[in-house]
Design a protein around this ligand. Structure first.
Ligand SMILES: Nc1ncnc2c1ncn2[C@@H]1O[C@H](COP(=O)(O)OP(=O)(O)OP(=O)(O)O)[C@@H](O)[C@H]1O
Length: 756
């Protein structure tokens, strides 16, 4: 080290500078060099004891999903290629979400995206999510990115100067100087190109980090559990587009815009300050005036790119939604032979999108042509004229140079060479300036597009934040409903033509003043014709629909490992994952392990629902398939019942969830549920199920919202049966009359035949 510093001190300043530039270049390339041969690192990892996970370990990690930490956070196990990485997940607390909600007041439906104060407020609110603190990794990347942006501008100026110097040496036939210039050119190219690459890399990284932060935030909000259930109640059309593509586009636009705005702005300031040395005060003022005038012209002719981008995102969402509908309902469509019809629907959505994109392209032609003309040609021409003025108009012959006078320039006495150097440097600076101006103008267009995407993302976040939580049903050992009007919730928001959101109201009361109390062991059956509101009663009992003021729902709270009320719908949902995941849903594998249950217990449950053959047929508990397609309708419904047996809730609402199961299996499953001490609330039209229940709620469906609540097997029910017997008897009494008439008719017929 001492020897090195001695050597360094013995060098003259120019040699020192060259050496330091070389050292800098090597340091910048360091990251490329150390990513060297893969097998070397594999060997190193092996030596350090870090082994590749086996396929079994990988499968186990996929199944396990996460590991719980002592501090309450989770480590998500992400399997990527043949590696398992653990990513610490700290869920955003309810307090943080509530505090942040104040930054997201609802937008009025008429608001159009534009670059204004509202846009800045909305952007700031989203930026607080994307860049949570100045100590975050995102902030570090931002600082690094900004450093490279400044470096890039500084290097551009250095390149322009060197360019001028090389040409000057060439004009003055200075071979030594020329060769030195070429050498420096190559050295300078290393950090310049590396800076460009790093800028692109950091921009992508910034976008990805912002996407991760915003996605985590929106996921935490969207997939909120009780009492928010935002995923169930959001009511935004094309929400998938908002949550996926829009977040991605916003982050790309944001990170791109930062570079596109900061760099040309820096370039313009630095290049103009360099040029002003050549142009003088008058020239600089004229150049500034040119910028201002052209920017004003371009701003005036810029179309509403923000609105166009927002509409494009919406149409893209509609097209995607159509595609996913076909994917989801493929079998039903195939049964109906609906391919042609679906194609028409899909094509309409696609053509709407394409028409819109095409119109954007057309609008762009005129805009980009004007922009190119103004920035590339008008600015350059103005620059040339301004450079020429000192030469053409000023009689005073002076040596003008971009660089301040230094020892090298003092030695150059050839005036032509000096002017050439100035001209070449200024020309390069002018071209770079025009380029920076062009990019700044593009940045304005990008800014408008960002405004459109910001409006979309803000709409999503503000709608998520402003959904009032559902009232939590009070805890009680029994299910109690008092004076509840069952009606379709009124706060449904729909998207209007201009990307606004308007509440639509629907005051349809399905059941009026519903009151009943169900103790454990009192099994209730709810019946009534189609569309009378049976499932709606289940929605109210499960807390999915709020109750009106004055009404109340009480039900058992969920206690550890055992649910209070568990609902099995008619269409059983199949989760992505293994066969085991289907049975324990909504539990995760970790929760299954914590519950102390084993695969033997699961097998017992499968036997109870007559599905014991499944693990062997499908290749074991850890088989991964598209279960929605693999299992038949009846098998899926049995799986729904298996979940009831697994979770053992106090109350189970079975909403026609055995309609596709054969009667004998249905009966045995009902007997088994009751033997586990689970109280049933069954929604069904099958009279055969009545015998498993003690009470009957019949919804009349006459439009008045009336209902009857009876005890099954009581005098009242017998009276109903008596009434039916009475009707049948009176019909039997008329049999003699009908027989006499038949005889009469037969006689008439035979008399007619004889006459013929
Ligand atoms: N989210 C909703 N928005 C608008 N209307 C709804 C909504 N949910 C249900 N309804 C309406 O409420 C009525 C009752 O629906 P519900 O699903 O409760 O009927 P049901 O008695 O269970 O019928 P089925 O026996 O056919 O299953 C229906 O007319 C339905 O169109």
């Amino acid at each position: 080290m001492v020897v090195f510093s001695k050597h360094l001190n013995s060098l003259d300043p120019k040699q020192k500078r060259s050496l330091l530039t070389l050292l800098f270049a090597v340091l910048l390339l360091r990251s490329r060099l150390i990513t060297g041969p893969r097998d070397v690192f594999t060997a190193l990892k092996k030596a350090a004891g870090i082994q590749k996970p086996t396929p079994e370990e990988l499968e186990q990690a996929r199944q396990q999903l996460y590991r719980k930490n002592p501090d309450g956070t989770k480590n998500l196990l992400v399997t990527y290629r043949d590696r398992i990485s653990e990513i610490n997940i700290r869920p955003i607390s309810q307090e943080e979400l509530t505090a942040n909600g104040t930054n997201f007041p609802l937008v009025p439906p008429s608001r159009k995206p534009n670059v204004d104060r509202v846009f800045l407020c909305q952007l700031l609110a989203i930026l607080r999510i994307a860049f949570p603190s100045w100590k975050s990794k995102e902030a570090f990347i931002l600082v690094l990115h900004s450093t490279f942006l400044v470096l890039r501008t500084v290097l551009s100026v250095a390149v322009a100067r060197l360019d001028g110097r090389i040409v000057r040496d060439l004009v003055s036939a200075d071979g030594k100087g020329f060769l030195k210039g070429i050498g420096l050119w190559f050295v300078l190219a290393i950090p310049s190109t590396y800076t460009n690459t790093m800028l692109r890399h950091l921009q992508s990284k910034l976008s990805l980090r912002a996407r991760t932060q915003i996605s985590r935030y929106t996921h935490d909000l969207y997939l909120s559990s009780h009492p928010n259930l935002r995923y169930y109640r959001l009511g935004l059309d094309g929400v998938v587009q908002y949550l996926t593509s829009d977040v991605n586009s916003f982050c790309d636009a944001l990170s791109g815009l930062y570079g596109n705005l900061l760099k040309p702005a820096l370039d313009i300031v630095l290049f103009t300050s360099q040029l002003s040395r050549v142009l003088g005060l008058r020239g600089s003022c004229m150049l500034a005036l040119t910028y201002y005038a052209t920017a004003a012209i371009l701003k005036a002719v810029t179309p509403a790119f923000g609105r166009l981008a927002a509409v494009e995102a919406r149409l893209e969402g509609e097209y995607r939604a159509g595609m996913s509908r076909i994917d989801r309902e493929g079998e039903e469509i195939a049964f109906y032979g609906g391919g042609k019809r679906e194609k028409e629907i899909l094509w309409r959505a696609y053509l709407q999108l394409i028409k819109h994109i095409n119109s954007i392209y057309k609008i762009r032609i005129a805009y980009e042509w004007t922009e190119d003309y103004v920035i590339k040609y008008l600015w350059s021409a103005a620059g040339y004229v301004l450079i020429a003025i000192p030469y053409l108009l000023t009689r005073r012959k002076r040596h003008v140079a971009v660089q301040t006078t230094g020892p090298t320039e003092d030695r150059v006495d050839n005036q032509v060479a000096g002017r050439t150097e100035t001209y070449i440097s200024s020309r390069r600076l002018l071209l770079s300036l025009a380029d920076a101006g062009g990019r700044l103008m593009y940045a304005y267009k990008d800014l408008l597009e960002l405004a459109g995407l910001t409006t979309r993302l803000y709409t999503l976040l503000s709608t998520l934040h402003n959904l009032p939580p559902l009232p939590v049903p009070s805890g009680s050992p029994s299910v109690e409903v008092s004076h509840v009007d069952v009606k379709v919730p009124t706060t449904v928001v729909t998207e209007d033509e201009d990307d606004g959101y308007v509440p639509t109201s629907n005051e349809l009361v399905l059941v009026k003043n519903l009151s009943f109390k169900l103790e454990g062991g009192e099994h209730l059956m709810i019946t009534g014709s189609n569309g009378v509101g049976k499932t709606s009663v289940a929605r109210v009992l499960a807390g999915l629909w709020p109750v009106q003021e004055g009404g109340e729902v009480r039900r058992p709270a969920d206690d550890h490992g055992r649910m209070g009320v568990f609902v099995v719908p008619q269409r059983v949902y199949m989760v992505e994952g293994t066969l085991l995941d289907q049975m324990i849903y909504p539990h995760s594998y970790v929760e299954f392990k914590e519950s102390g249950k084993t695969e033997v217990d699961l097998m017992g449950i499968l036997t109870a629902v007559h599905l014991a053959y499944l693990p062997a047929r499908e290749g074991g508990w850890l088989a991964r398939k598209e279960w929605r397609d693999v299992l038949s309708g009846g098998e899926k419904q049995r799986m729904g019942m298996a979940r009831v047996f697994y979770h053992r809730p106090k109350f189970a609402i079975l909403d026609e969830c055995t309609s596709a199961v054969s009667s004998d299996v249905e009966g045995s499953m009902y007997e088994h549920v009751k033997s586990l001490g689970i109280t049933l609330i069954t929604i069904s039209l099958r009279p055969s199920l009545m015998k498993y229940h003690t009470r009957l709620l019949t919804l009349s469906g006459d439009g008045t919202g009336s209902y009857t609540l009876t005890r099954i097997g009581t005098a009242e029910e017998r009276m109903g049966i008596d009434r039916e017997i009475q009707t049948l008897r009176s019909k039997l009494q008329e049999v003699d009359k009908w027989e006499a008439r038949v005889q009469e008719l037969s006689k008439l017929l035979s008399a007619q035949q004889e006459g013929e």
